[in-house]
Write a protein of this length. Structure first.
Length: 346
């Protein structure tokens, strides 16, 4: 049985506004990532993806606050640890985080190698600058980055090169889990491809043990991750294999998310785009029942008042919906037949 690198049980975190209002951006989320595996997290902007990523680090800054649940990394429970202990013995070594717009994380006044020295010496006071350089040079060359990048300032690098440099720096301390939050956003297609190739290489060469890849582009995860978790309004709506989540989504929100994106994959490239009506709920006062009910085309009266947990759909797939799997599939089939009939008459 594979080792579990990251285990999260019923994690709940919230933001507290300046008016004292609670906003539960991560609401009772549970997940596991095994050694050698990658998990994708997808959803609209504001669904809680990035907040979940920050929460998994176990290092909270107001207005984000830990509420309940536990986070276990490589067998070590980090919830409840003192912030200084988390920073010294967990961040960077057990888990690392590549934030959105990571290319802007580099210090514009420092050469890359000097930035790296600050990062490494924060965890190892006795390591020499020569050893740091050799470690960085070896890593960069292994990942296809020329060693001369170490002697450059960030302004001398392209956006794609800066992004890959930040990714390389994030794994210098060999973290067990790497969280990449929208690592390919704001990049051209060629640079995106290089970033994805680099993340795969980090797994294959053992620089990291497991990967969490966050994006709002669900189809992108098909080429990167083993499994996909879809989030909506701070909750998990579906967890499935990448193949199932992209080509056969079950939850109405996951289905709508796929239908609203242009997908180049064979079998989906000719699908007609459909928009999800409405907007996500205000998490200061979320709906009493299903949080997606106000936007769902299959909403029943009980959906508006009954909150439902994740249902087991077999083969490790789960989804959060009051409607049984068989009925959902029948509804999707009927909808498909109606569209085809309209196209024929048109």
């Amino acid at each position: 049985m594979a080792n579990v690198m990251l285990e999260v049980n019923e994690l709940t975190t919230k933001y507290i506004t300046r008016f004292g209002e609670d906003v539960y951006a991560v609401d009772h989320v549970s997940l596991k990532v095994e050694e050698g595996k990658s998990l994708g997290i997808a959803g609209e902007s504001g669904c809680g993806k990035s907040t979940l990523a920050l929460s998994l680090m176990g290092y909270y800054f107001p207005p984000l606050h830990y509420t309940s649940g536990e986070i276990i990394i490589n067998g070590k429970k980090i919830t409840g640890m003192k912030p200084d202990d988390v920073r010294k013995s967990v961040l960077g070594t057990e888990i690392a985080y590549i934030p959105q717009a990571a290319m802007n994380a580099l210090n514009p006044t420092q050469k890359i190698i000097h930035f790296i020295e600050d990062v490494v010496q924060a965890h190892d006071l006795y390591i020499t600058k020569k050893d740091i350089y050799e470690r960085a040079r070896t890593l960069f060359e292994t990942l296809g980055l020329p060693a001369e990048v170490l002697q450059k300032y960030p302004v001398e690098l392209s956006g794609g090169m800066k992004q890959r440099t930040v990714i390389a720096i994030s794994v210098l301390l060999l973290p067990k889990v790497l969280i990449a939050d929208e690592p390919s956003s704001a990049l051209d297609v060629t640079s995106q491809k290089m970033v994805i190739k680099m993340l795969r290489q980090l797994m294959e060469t053992g620089f990291i043990s497991s990967l969490i890849f966050i994006t709002h582009e669900l189809p992108l995860l098909y080429n990167v991750t083993d499994d996909i978790m879809v989030m909506y309004a701070g909750q998990i709506t579906e967890k499935a294999s990448a193949e199932e989540a992209v080509f056969d989504p079950l939850h109405p929100y996951a289905k709508g998310l796929m239908g609203s994106i242009i997908v180049p994959e064979k079998g989906l490239r000719d699908a007609k785009l459909t928009a999800i009506p409405g907007v996500p709920p205000n998490l200061k006062k979320p709906p009493a029942g299903c949080r997606f009910a106000p936007r769902c085309k299959f909403t029943r009266p009980e959906c508006l008042v009954t909150s439902v947990g994740l249902r087991d759909a077999g083969d490790g797939r789960t989804y959060r919906c009051i409607i049984p799997e068989k009925e959902l599939r029948e509804a999707y089939q009927a909808e498909k037949e109606q569209r085809e009939a309209k196209n024929v008459h048109a």
